[in-house]
Design a protein around this ligand. Structure first.
Ligand code: COI
Length: 354
């Protein structure tokens, strides 16, 4: 079993940080000075290395490139007003990562590597955590198969890595969403609850079609009846109906169990807002909109945090929401920000010090 002491660290001689302006920095384009890398071979994880961010040399026959045994997570680190860095709920992502690993027939990553390794990496690159509002350091742990073999079978070798990317707001404007009826994101028995690369690859074509029509993202429907709301783009989705927060339930295994989703549910309940996790039919969305009881829709995700939705289009029916009046969305977003940026007591111990 690895311990923190097993990590081999080699530092950059000169940081790239001074070359960058972190204000409004685009999501996922720039990376910090260091990365973490460790290989799995012969049934065991090797020595964890933290080293300068650099390219990988990969064989064209690399299994992950052909059959997609590849999983990832998204986590964020924030700085409080005293300049101390902390990671938001990394243990939840750690659990989900290993759930994804099992679903994709990949080895689990031990906590000593995932969590302790992440903290060590962040200690080196703390200066990269932006301090502006709505900014953070996005943490991307990922694992892929590395057998050099194009036979279809689980790989025997894997690589686990963590890279870090400073980021500003993900969706800067309220979104227009197209309800997708033909293409699906996941089906019962599939990989919808796992954070595996193929789920995102398969979403790109339908999303591109929605974008051609002038929409920012799609709202996915279930794979059987194309009637039940699932996720919105790369986010979970909440509807405020009759003053209650309604979000699709997870039991069918077709929806990613979002950490921000779970957080928002806790915050709403603590603030006295009833939450219903249940199947939500698009017909109910429409009838609630028509009767005026559907007042707000928003997405939740690590990258996107809380994203307001100003328009939903289902077939030819357009539902518009006045984002100036989205009081519950703003309320939960503010509570969440206050916890993440250390402006309010973290009663849940969600923030893990670096
Ligand atoms: C996240 O919210 O972390 C995601 O995984 C969404 C996306 C950037 C892939």
């Amino acid at each position: 079993m690895n311990t923190v002491a097993d990590i081999k660290i080699s530092r950059v001689t000169k940081s790239k940080l001074s070359e960058l302006n972190l204000h409004n920095i685009p999501f996922g384009k720039f990376f910090t000075d260091h990365m973490l890398e460790v290989d799995y071979e012969n049934g065991a994880w090797g020595t964890v290395q933290i080293k300068p961010y650099q390219d990988l040399a990969l064989a064209p026959s690399l299994a992950a490139l052909h059959y997609g045994q590849a999983i990832f997570e998204g986590i964020k680190a924030y700085k409080n007003e005293e300049g101390e860095g902390a990671i938001f709920r990394p243990f939840e992502n750690f659990k989900r990562f290993n759930f994804s690993a099992t679903r994709m027939q990949m080895p689990e990553v031990p906590e000593e590597i995932f969590i302790d390794g992440m903290k060590e990496l962040l200690k080196l690159d703390q200066a990269w955590i932006p301090t502006f509002a709505q900014h953070s350091l996005y943490i991307r742990p990922f694992m892929f198969s590395t057998d050099e073999m194009i036979g279809v079978r689980p790989s025997e070798k894997y690589k686990f890595m963590i890279i870090l990317s400073p980021t500003g707001p993900y969706y800067s404007k309220p979104m227009r969403i197209y309800v997708e009826e033909k293409y699906i994101r996941a089906a019962p028995g599939g990989t919808g609850a796992a954070k595996t690369a193929g789920n995102y690859g398969a979403s790109m074509y339908p999303t591109a079609i929605a974008k051609e029509k002038g929409y920012d993202q799609v709202l996915w429907m279930d794979g059987l009846e194309h009637k039940y709301v699932q996720e919105c783009g790369t986010m979970n989705v909440f509807f405020i109906i009759d003053g209650k927060a309604v979000t699709p339930s997870l039991e069918a295994g077709t929806i990613l169990a979002g950490v921000t989703r779970d957080t928002v549910i806790d915050i709403f309940r603590e603030e006295g807002i009833e939450v219903e996790e249940r199947p939500l039919n698009i017909d109910e969305v429409i009838s609630s909109y028509k009767s005026g009881t559907l007042t707000e829709v928003f997405g939740t995700g690590t990258a996107a945090t809380i994203s307001m939705i100003k328009e939903l289009r289902y077939k030819d029916f357009v539902m518009e929401f006045d984002v100036e009046k989205t009081s519950k969305t703003k309320q939960v977003a503010t509570t969440l920000d206050n916890i993440r940026y250390g402006k309010t007591a973290d009663t849940h111990n969600w923030m893990v010090k670096i």
